[in-house]
Design a protein around this ligand. Structure first.
Ligand SMILES: [Zn+2]
Length: 482
């Protein structure tokens, strides 16, 4: 299996994490015998989760009867009870009969609403945390969003904001002129954004310029493979992640070259329209042998896929507009409710047969890519209509398992694989000493059934403990304040 080569530069957030790791590893040896050490750790309690089965996501096995000690927001020990000296001041959690996994990561979310001129989606923060989602990749920021990102990151680090870590934030650049598109890339980099996000409508000319500019700045390029570029061309040119299986459908048919050539030299919105018009033809011409060949080549390129299966899944369930039947509807901020309703009303009539076929082909593609060694990462596109932040990640994990991923692989898709892709596996992605204490305590074993990720007993976010009652209170507050 090829592991993506990550050229993610060290963002300010991760640089802080690296410094903290050093701090903890020198601090821990003094801890066991010294109560004054407990006083030195500040607002975060020392937490001991005792007798728990730790899910080792790397090996896909359980490490039974462990005591996991958390000090100052870091995992200070994970070992047999006799090997861990739990300080008297520690908050003790009975982990017997329970399962500890790393905090979950949603690799495709939208926290900003720049195009609709609305406030950021801070309403979604408690929903993520209550569902054990302790990290997200933000997919559409602009330089003006940096103050919000900095404030959120600092708030979580200080412990006065309950929100997932924004592990990376991407900027979408596209202007009429190539020169100003290049300038946008440089400005986003200077502002501190982490990667460039490509949209489907980007022309081949702009796409080449974005890649070149980003490469010079060592800024990763992610997003949708443009409608006028072939999948392997994009992967080989260094587009690090591809969202929603964009262009994979075409690549898994005999028609890709012909379709892409027909889309060249068209305007941005027109290219996307043409692609949409070709969808039925593309889905019907799915070819397993071609898909196998593409998958092997894609695995070599190292490009990861964020298929967001929840999107075709919800489309296949029909054109629902009766959102208020779902108890979670009340978690949405009022302007977001209005957006969902507007979005559904403006959507063209749903073709149910086409939607069902899209979901079926998406599943086959995911399994083919995964079998060939392409990294599949869990992402949801929350908050698209019906894609409830936090909740949807568990639905995505279930859909990945339904497509054929083992429970262990589905879990990896939301933990260690995102951490490796983002170049952050030194500080996150597994339950290991020195890593940041982002953890989820489950009542049942997720390796025997992935739906058990929903049986959440407690969440540890950056070393802060949220028991079931705290999580329920978070959700209750999310409801009552809107
Ligand atoms: Zn998106």
């Amino acid at each position: 299996m090829s592991i993506p080569q990550c050229n993610w530069r060290l963002s300010r957030a991760t640089a802080g994490v690296a410094a903290a790791v050093t701090l903890v590893s020198t601090f821990v040896p003094r801890l066991s015998s010294s109560e004054e050490a407990a006083a030195a750790v500040g607002a975060r309690p020392i937490i001991a989760i005792e007798g728990v089965s730790v899910v080792d996501v790397l090996s896909g096995t359980l490490l039974d009867a462990r005591t996991v000690l958390i000090v100052d927001g870091r995992i200070a020990a994970t070992a047999a009870a006799t090997a861990v000296d739990v300080p008297p001041v520690a908050v003790r959690i009975d982990g017997r009969g329970r399962y500890l996994i790393p905090g979950l990561v949603d690799m495709h979310v939208h926290l900003f609403n720049n195009f609709t001129h609305r406030a950021p989606n801070e309403w979604a923060f408690p929903l993520f945390v209550a569902n054990g989602v302790t990290g997200v990749r933000e997919m559409q920021s602009v330089p003006a969003d940096m103050p919000s990102l900095t404030r959120w990151r600092a708030g979580v680090a200080r412990g006065d904001l309950i929100a997932p870590h924004v592990l990376a934030a991407g900027v979408s650049v596209a202007d009429d002129s190539v020169a100003s598109t290049r300038r946008q890339v440089r400005e986003a980099h200077a502002a501190g954004l982490d990667f460039v996000k490509i949209f489907s409508g980007v022309t081949e000319l702009h796409w080449g310029a974005i890649l070149e500019e980003a490469r010079a700045l060592q800024m990763p390029v992610c997003g949708h493979v443009p409608a006028a570029v072939t999948l392997l061309d994009a992967a080989r040119a260094g587009q690090r992640s591809n969202e929603h299986l964009a262009q994979v459908y075409e690549a898994c048919s005999a028609m890709e070259q012909q379709l892409v050539r027909g889309r060249e030299a068209r305007g941005r919105t027109e290219t996307v329209k043409v692609r949409e018009g070709q969808e039925r033809e593309v889905l019907e011409s799915f070819d397993q042998l071609i898909c196998d060949r593409i998958a092997t080549a894609l695995a070599t390129s190292g490009q990861v896929q964020v298929p967001t299966l929840v999107l075709p899944h919800f489309e296949a369930r029909g054109p629902r507009t009766d959102f208020w039947d779902d108890a979670r509807w009340a978690y949405l901020r009022v302007d977001e409710q209005a957006r969902w309703e507007r979005f559904r009303k403006e959507q063209p009539a749903n073709d149910e047969a086409l939607a069902a076929q899209r979901l079926e082909v998406s599943r086959r593609i995911v399994m083919t890519l995964h079998a060939a060694g392409v990294r599949i990462l869990a992402g949801t596109d929350a908050p698209m209509p019906l894609v409830y932040p936090g909740f949807a990640l568990h639905e995505e994990l279930q859909l990945l398992a339904d497509a054929g991923l083992s429970a262990a692989d589905a879990l990896r898709a939301a933990t260690i694989w995102p951490a490796e892709f983002l170049g952050q596996s030194d500080s996150s992605g597994s339950v290991a000493v020195g890593k940041r204490a982002d953890l989820v305590l489950l009542d049942e074993n997720p390796l025997s059934d992935i739906s058990n990720t929903q049986r959440i007993r407690a969440v540890v976010l950056d070393g802060r403990l949220f028991r079931r009652a705290d999580l329920d209170a978070l959700l209750r507050d999310a409801r009552s304040t809107q």
